[in-house]
Design a protein around this ligand. Structure first.
Ligand SMILES: [Zn+2]
Length: 299
């Protein structure tokens, strides 16, 4: 009888371990959000255009469906700026999930929802850049519904990244929570396609705990993390290539997730049809897995 009980406990333990290791979200929805946001209807989501407003409404609606509360009174943080001699109005979207163990320390998870708009009559749909990051954040929100994080999380959908990291720059100057309570920015920008099944992480070098957490993630033929593009490996330096740069300028550690540039990068062919669905699903799984490990550390 004792042996049976031990066996029962062991099997149960194995089952719950296996369950713990899959990070559940609806992968059909993951793809669907990218397909919608990068469709012609959204006209390339250029800051201040009708298409960008539609994308903003879409994201806010999804956050409401997932019961993600706003960081401030509403989900929207409007701002204005001048870029290339032109006045723009942008809107960041900010949601909050309270942490269970360390609610007064924050991890900001981010992606930008704006893209290049229409040029010479061609729509730049920005499926990989960065509808993929936006949809990954909605997968995070879905995951957090059943698995609340230990640290508080701010889900920041930034506007006007393509016009010079404007939304994230405005955000770090107007953070709503104290700047020093933000312990990490995890920024996703282009995470849905790579011919080698590789996803880069920039920002981990020099932080042993983050490096170890990344090395602990399982690699396979279908997916692996690579660390680099941080100015130390002879490759293009991505330290300021996207919104994580605004956090880094304020001295906040960051981890940036992004694929190597591809032939459709900043071209009208960055379309939904050209993303790699299986790679993308694994990328989001693995980023959530890494988040869980980092969230369990002292930040
Ligand atoms: Zn981008």
């Amino acid at each position: 009888m004792k042996k049976l009980i031990i066996l029962f406990l062991l099997v149960n333990g194995l089952i719950s371990f296996a369950q713990e290791k899959t990070f559940k979200f609806d992968s059909n929805k993951l793809l669907k959000h990218v397909e919608v946001l990068s469709s012609d209807l959204y006209e390339g989501r250029r800051t201040g255009t009708q298409g960008a407003l539609m994308a903003k409404d879409y994201i806010v609606r999804e956050l409401q469906k997932l019961n993600v509360e706003p960081l401030a009174d509403t989900h929207e943080q409007p701002f204005s700026f001048t870029a290339r001699g032109k006045q723009y109005k942008g809107i960041n979207i900010l949601g909050k999930i309270s942490g269970t163990d360390v609610p007064n320390k924050y991890i900001v998870i981010s992606a930008h929802y704006d893209h290049e708009g229409i040029k010479n009559g061609q729509i730049f749909n920005g499926a990989d850049d960065d509808a993929s990051g936006v949809s990954a954040m909605l997968a995070f929100a879905e995951y957090f519904k059943k698995n609340p994080p230990k640290h508080s999380v701010i889900l920041a959908f930034f506007d006007a990244e393509e016009l010079g990291l404007q939304g994230s720059r405005y955000y770090v100057e107007n953070t709503i929570v104290p700047l020093e309570s933000i312990k990490l920015n995890m920024n996703m920008d282009m995470v849905s396609r790579n011919d080698q099944n590789e996803l880069y992480i920039t920002g981990a070098r020099g932080n042993e705990a983050f490096q170890n957490a990344i090395e602990n993630q399982k690699a396979s033929d279908d997916f692996k993390f690579l660390m680099g593009h941080d100015g130390k490996d002879g490759k293009q330096n991505w330290t300021f290539s996207s919104d994580h740069g605004s956090f880094f300028r304020k001295g906040i550690p960051f981890l940036y997730f992004g694929v190597e540039d591809h032939k459709d990068y900043h071209r009208p062919t960055d379309d939904y049809e050209n993303i790699h669905p299986e790679f993308y699903k694994l990328a989001v799984q693995n980023i959530i897995s890494l988040f869980v490990e980092i969230d369990s550390m002292e930040l």
